[in-house]
Write a new protein. Structure first.
Length: 250
C-alpha cells in the first residue's frame, strides 16, 4: 500500500470513530470513574456563554432535561450543585456519581432562536466499583463488583459490542486476571457490563491492589483501584486472623 493510501485509511478510521452514534451523528465517548471531575466539550466556534444550552438524556426515550439554558444553570436538576459552565462553553461536572451516565448535548443559538452549527453530543460512561463488604479478615471471601454505566440506545450489551468496550480486573503488575487463575473467580455478567472478582483474602494481601479497567479498542479509558489495608491495631485474641479494610482509589 502506498503512503498516501495509509493516510487515507487513517483518515477513514478516524472519521468512522467519530461517526459511531445514531444515524451518523457525531458523538464523543467519554469514560470516567465515579468520584472524578469531568469536562465535556461543546466543540464549536461560538464562545458565547449566553447562546449555550446543555441538555441531558439518561435513556434514549427519556425526556431531555435542560441543565444549562442560554448560559444560565437550571436550579431544579439532581446534579445542579456539581455543574458549572466553562468559559469555552464546556460543561464541568464535579464528583461524578454513577447516576450521571447518559447523553449530554450542547446546542448554541444566535439571535435568540437560530441554531448555530450542529449540536455536540457526548456519551458519558461511568465506571463504578463496589464491594460485598468494606471490612474483611484473612480467610474470608470478598467480592468486588465493577460496573460500567452507559448510555444505551439498545442494551448495554449492544453498546459494549459495537464500541468494542471491555472490562477487566488486573493485578498490581497490570496483568489481566482470568478464570484460569485459581486464586480468583472472575465472572462477567451476561450483558458484559459488570465484571466481578471474588477471592479469599490471605495474610500477605496487605497493600495488595486490584484494578478494574475499561478499555475501548484495546486502549485503557478509565480505571479504579482497590487496595487492601490491614486495619491497624489488632487485639491479642485476633492475632491469628488479620483484619483488612478495602480502600477505593481512582
Ligand atoms: C462526592 O459524592 C459522594 C456521593 O456520591 C459523597 O459521599 C462525597 O462526599 C462527595 N465528595 C465531595 C468531595 O464532594
Ligand atoms: C465467592 O467465592 C466463595 C468461594 O468459592 C464462595 O463461597 C462465595 O459464595 C462467593 N461469593 C460470591 C458473592 O459469589
Amino acid at each position: 500500500m502506498s503512503d498516501e493510501c495509509h493516510v487515507c485509511l487513517l483518515g477513514l478510521i478516524f472519521l468512522s470513530s467519530l461517526l459511531t452514534g445514531i444515524s451518523g451523528v457525531k458523538v464523543t465517548n467519554v469514560f470516567i470513574s465515579s468520584g472524578e471531575n469531568v469536562r465535556l466539550s461543546c466543540n464549536n466556534a461560538l464562545h458565547d456563554l449566553k447562546s449555550t444550552t446543555w441538555f441531558y438524556n439518561r435513556f434514549r426515550d427519556s425526556a431531555a432535561v435542560e441543565l444549562i439554558y442560554l448560559g444560565i444553570k437550571k436550579k431544579d436538576t439532581e446534579s445542579h450543585e456539581r455543574l458549572s459552565l466553562g468559559s469555552d462553553c464546556s460543561l464541568n461536572i464535579r464528583n461524578i456519581s454513577k447516576e450521571d451516565y447518559g447523553s449530554y448535548t450542547c446546542r448554541q443559538y444566535v439571535n435568540g432562536d437560530q441554531k448555530q452549527g450542529p449540536d455536540a453530543h457526548v456519551y458519558l460512561h461511568i465506571l463504578h466499583v463496589s464491594s460485598s463488604q468494606t471490612e474483611i479478615s484473612a480467610g474470608r471471601s470478598v467480592t468486588l463488583f465493577c460496573q460500567l454505566y452507559s448510555f444505551a440506545e439498545v442494551s448495554c450489551d449492544d453498546r459494549i459490542r459495537s464500541e468494542r468496550i471491555e472490562l477487566f480486573w488486573v493485578n498490581q503488575a497490570g496483568v489481566k486476571l482470568t478464570r484460569s487463575d485459581s486464586r480468583y473467580q472472575i465472572l462477567s455478567s451476561s450483558d458484559h457490563c459488570i465484571i466481578t472478582l471474588n477471592t479469599t483474602l490471605l495474610n500477605e494481601d496487605h497493600n495488595r491492589e486490584w484494578r478494574c479497567e475499561v478499555t475501548q479498542r484495546d486502549q485503557v479509558k478509565s480505571s479504579v483501584t482497590y487496595t487492601v489495608k490491614s486495619s491497624g491495631e489488632k487485639q491479642a485474641h485476633q492475632s491469628v486472623m488479620e483484619e483488612f479494610l478495602l480502600d477505593v482509589q481512582l
